[in-house]
Design a protein around this ligand. Structure first.
Ligand SMILES: Nc1ncnc2c1ncn2[C@@H]1O[C@H](COP(=O)(O)OP(=O)(O)OP(=O)(O)O)[C@@H](O)[C@H]1O
Ligand SMILES: [Mg+2]
Length: 503
């Protein structure tokens, strides 16, 4: 007897349909799995056998062959267990074969027959809906996450016996609870704690308002790390769609907690991180830190200490907001639209200019790390001085709180969203060349300022567009539609630093 069941294999943050066929015929009792299974999938034989027997079901003592199709999709991990078990049950007549047609299934089995949660349930649910399935059976812990997809009946099942009951039409679980209401907790770190550093705070506000990448260069203890950690607190909450995108990436990486991510991620990898750790990859590609920071912040503290190759690998994702990994014939892509914030000292010895003990070679090596092409992708370069003693001592602080700044950021983001509806971009930094030309038209004096800027420091074509986008954000924060000369000037000011470092 032959039976087939649909399940899904994770590819990037997408999933592809995999059909599990089970063929049962007379012969010596062997169980073979074919169709590019990895070690975990081959081990499914043992889990399926034990789970069936321990659930009071029968494991057929015949020649059993399971095929996972299509053969070119790599099947990795234990999420195929449930579909394999269902196919075996259908082939041996323990559940009705015709019932399986409208279901897709995924889940890992324990030897006792309980279902264990799997990575990427949301991606599988998206796949199941797109492939036209009406129902998806998942481990009960994954049900809430999978149900975020909408327009798909998600059945959260605790064990194999209950799955059989569902397929026989004898039992139905309650619909999974809808995601909890949308309130992000207030971040603990407030911008009000930071004394002085007005320029850096301004840069941070611009980064938040337009989604621009930021580099802070300054002596030790100036407050760079402190400032960067306060960026999430001035960003607006993610929209429902953004929260689903964040959840999807984290779920594929096995970092999800089964609920909707209501906070923007803040990722701060150590500078010893590998290229694949930073941008993703591996034999079964997993998202890297830049993708885990999608719709949030990627903070690279001590930027100059990261390996040159790791930083170079960031260039493409910073430009396109996606990471492309090729695996054999196929290209797999991960979302990677994060605000990159870097922090570093002005030179390797990190002392003030007068006390610096670095020689020219040290300086050159340091500057080379922060290559021109990487810096060209950073809209805001901000040089910090040590915080003045008076500002640190002053007790009664008048510094603005994160809540105040965040309100301005949200107003600026609203203006952008309205203007960019239908372009696919969510913020000024994501505008493509055409939108940039269309929405940022400095005229008169503002235009002359831009040309002067070109003359002062050679701006690349990319640099030019990035100045325009940042000027757009400056105007949006001020609530203006037109671009003023001052907006261009401020944008150029944050840009020119970049050439100073690279020089
Ligand atoms: N402007 C500031 N206002 C208030 N506190 C500050 C400020 N700058 C530094 N501090 C205090 O100093 C500590 C260290 O600052 P921080 O770690 O941000 O420095 P940094 O610029 O990242 O230095 P490094 O280059 O060594 O990493 C902070 O945790 C804070 O307590
Ligand atoms: Mg620091």
């Amino acid at each position: 007897m032959l039976a087939s069941v649909a399940t899904f294999a994770i590819e990037g943050v997408e999933s592809r349909e995999v059909v599990v066929e089970a063929d049962l015929r007379r012969g010596l009792p062997v169980f073979t799995i074919v169709g590019l299974p990895d070690a975990a999938v081959r081990e499914a034989r043992e889990r399926v056998r034990a789970a069936l027997l321990n659930s009071g079901l029968e494991f057929p003592l015949q020649r059993l062959t399971a095929n996972l199709a299509p053969a070119d999709v790599r099947k990795a991990g234990p999420s195929f267990d449930l579909a394999l078990a269902a196919a075996v049950l259908a082939a041996s007549g323990q559940v009705p074969r015709e019932a399986l047609g409208s279901y897709a299934l995924c889940g890992e089995l324990s030897l006792g027959g309980a279902l264990r949660p799997v990575r990427g349930a949301l991606a599988m649910a998206f796949g199941a809906r797109a492939a036209g399935f009406e129902r998806l059976i998942v481990p009960v812990e994954n049900a809430g996450e999978a149900a975020l997809v909408g327009r798909l009946e998600v059945l959260g099942v605790p064990d194999l016996a209950r799955m059989v009951a569902v397929l026989r039409g004898e039992w139905r679980p309650d619909a999974p609870a809808p995601p909890a209401p949308f309130t992000a907790p207030a971040p603990a770190d407030d911008l009000g704690d930071v004394r002085g550093q007005t320029d850096a705070k301004r840069a941070l506000e611009l980064a938040a308002a337009g989604g621009h990448n930021l580099l802070m260069i300054g002596p030790p203890g100036a407050g760079k790390t402190m400032l960067a950690r306060r960026l999430p607190g001035i960003l607006p909450d993610p929209s429902f769609e953004e929260a689903v995108e964040i959840t999807r990436v984290h779920s594929v990486a096995g970092l999800g907690d089964g609920t909707l991510s209501r906070r923007r991620p803040f990722r701060a990898p150590h500078h010893t991180i590998s290229i694949s750790g930073l941008v993703g990859g591996g034999s079964t590609p997993r998202p890297g830190e830049i993708s885990l920071a999608h719709r949030g912040v990627l903070f690279l503290d001590e930027l100059a200490e990261f390996s040159r190759s790791a930083l170079e690998a960031l260039r493409q994702p910073l430009e396109s907001g996606r990471v492309e990994v090729s695996r054999g014939q196929r290209a797999i892509s991960f979302p990677a639209a994060a605000i990159m914030v870097g922090a570093c000292n002005p030179c390797p010895c990190a002392r003030s200019k007068d006390e610096c003990v670095c020689n020219e070679v040290d300086h050159a090596r340091y500057a080379r790390r922060l290559s021109g092409p990487l810096l060209d992708r950073i809209d805001l370069v901000c040089e910090l001085d040590a915080t003045a003693p008076l500002e640190l001592v002053e007790a009664g602080t008048t510094a603005e709180t994160s809540a105040t700044v965040r309100a301005r950021v949200m107003a600026a983001r609203d203006r952008q969203r309205e203007r960019l509806t239908g372009t696919g971009a969510l913020s000024n930094s994501e505008m493509d060349a055409r939108s940039t030309r269309r929405h940022v038209r400095p005229e008169g004096l503002a235009r002359s300022r831009l040309i002067e800027g070109h003359a002062r420091r050679a701006l690349t074509g990319r640099g030019h567009d990035r100045v325009l986008r940042l000027a757009r954000t400056v105007a949006d924060l001020a609530g203006r539609d037109s671009i003023q000369p001052g907006d261009v000037e401020e944008a150029l000011g944050f840009r020119l630093g970049a050439e100073t470092v690279a020089a």
